[in-house]
Design a protein around this ligand. Structure first.
Ligand code: FAD
Length: 393
């Protein structure tokens, strides 16, 4: 059986749901294919930045967010303790949330469905269908069914089967982090701050990464850590064991469960986090890459949900604009959009990714950040930039 759509979107996570929602607004015939049945989990810190909140508001989900635990800033341990508020930007939220992914992603996917996209869960894509010139014209599902479309959006996550099947070569391939997390109870008051711990050492080396404690409210927290793969011994790190060691550095009175018990209960999960545009250019004839499959994660922090939403919305819009005006052979409009949004930042990010893989430089970096006077100057200039030009009326 063959069905034909304007747009077939592989993956119904934040990137795929945002792309589907956006394209459906134009009246396009859109199908989202996800191998999972929702609600499904995705290993994540579950932290929504203020920017992620702004995209969810843009999609009409602002009210829905009230059910999640609100956070008003970040408490950093470097190891000295200091607070960072979300930058106050005109027309932008000044707060974030901690939202369990099964719940958040289901809301997003159902929202795309309400906008008119057809949602097919339990639909595993095994690869793209390509014409004789290599242009993607649809996908094949496990079981043999073909779904045809004028264009395909690959929103299929960090291990993108579409990318792998196409043996995609990319200028910036390989930039990524490994991250691991677990949800657990903690004997401490609920906080309204995300907590970031910068001192992470492996065999005496300062790691390019950080640990986190994000509050869900109701006495539950998400603990995790991540480090980038430019550190030469990253493959020697047993992530679960390392997370257990990190948990032991946290206050005893929190009464955290033992890592072995969390592991036995299958509560600890690790995943890759590609960053810095691992698929570039972000399209090939007939297909656009978005979210983790694009490597949209922010190199400096690993924040990926806001980037998945932003790149997903852009992919949905640019795909439909190109299809209506030039056809499926050229999605340069999408590359231009992504380059304008993050090109310079990600170029810098890839440079620091390499640099901070050297423990000496990572250590020097932490020492600088731990210096209150240095922080004052850098943070002030960052905040000024985020706020944009100040107008006096
Ligand atoms: C441990 C960890 C912690 C993190 N913490 C944070 C955080 O606190 N805040 C933040 O902003 N970001 C965080 N991130 C990053 C964030 O989780 C990702 O960037 C984000 O989920 C990317 O969204 P996506 O839609 O691109 O991919 P995903 O959310 O991975 O969605 C991909 C979808 O594709 C589907 N799929 C895969 N293969 C197939 C197939 N063959 N056929 C059909 N469907 C398929 C999957 O089922 C899935 O639903 C974290 C990442 C990790 C690993």
């Amino acid at each position: 059986m063959t069905q034909r759509f304007d747009l077939a979107i592989v993956g119904g996570g934040p990137a795929g749901a945002a792309a589907a929602w956006q394209a459906a607004q134009t009246g396009a015939r859109v199908v989202v294919l996800d191998k999972a049945e929702f609600p499904r989990d995705k290993p994540c810190g579950d932290g929504l930045t203020a920017r992620a909140v702004s995209y969810l508001q843009k999609m009409g989900l602002g009210e829905e967010l009230n059910k999640f635990h609100r956070v008003d800033g970040v408490k950093v341990f470097s190891p000295s303790e200091w607070d960072l508020s979300f930058p106050t930007r005109p027309g932008m939220p000044d707060h974030g949330y901690v939202a369990r992914r099964p719940e958040l992603d289901t809301i997003l996917l159902r929202h795309a469905g309400s906008a008119g996209a057809e949602i097919r869960e339990g639909a595993e894509v095994i690869g793209p269908v390509q014409d004789t010139r290599g242009r993607v014209t649809g996908v094949t599902l496990k079981g043999g069914e073909t779904v045809s479309a004028d264009a395909v959006i690959a929103a299929d996550g960090a291990y993108s089967p579409i990318k792998r099947a196409m043996k995609m070569d990319s200028e910036y391939n390989g930039y990524s982090a490994i991250a691991i997390r677990a949800e657990m109870p903690a004997n401490r008051p609920d906080s309204n701050m995300l907590e970031i711990y910068l001192k992470l050492a492996f065999e005496g080396d300062q790691l390019p990464g950080y640990g986190w404690v994000f509050p869900f409210g109701g006495g539950q927290i998400n603990i995790g850590l991540g480090y980038v793969n430019s550190y030469k011994k990253w493959q020697q790190i047993n992530a679960t064991q390392f997370m257990g060691q990190f948990m032991e550095t946290l206050p005893r009175e929190w009464d955290l469960p033992k890592i072995d018990d969390l592991k036995k209960a299958k509560g600890v999960r690790a995943w890759r986090l590609p960053m810095g545009f691992t698929a570039w250019p972000p399209w090939r004839p007939g297909v656009l890459f978005t979210g983790d499959s694009l490597g949209a994660g922010k190199p400096a922090s690993g924040a990926g949900i806001s980037k998945a939403l932003e790149s997903g919305l852009a992919a949905g819009e640019c795909a439909m604009a190109a299809l209506q005006n030039g056809g499926p052979d050229d999605f340069t409009n999408y590359a231009q959009r992504m380059e304008a949004a993050w090109g310079r930042e990600y170029k810098r990010g890839r440079y620091f990714h390499k640099l901070l893989g050297q423990p000496k430089l990572a250590n020097a970096g932490i020492k600088l950040i731990d210096n209150a006077r240095f922080r004052d100057v850098v943070l002030k200039s960052m905040y000024k930039k985020a706020q944009g030009p100040q107008h006096k009326f």
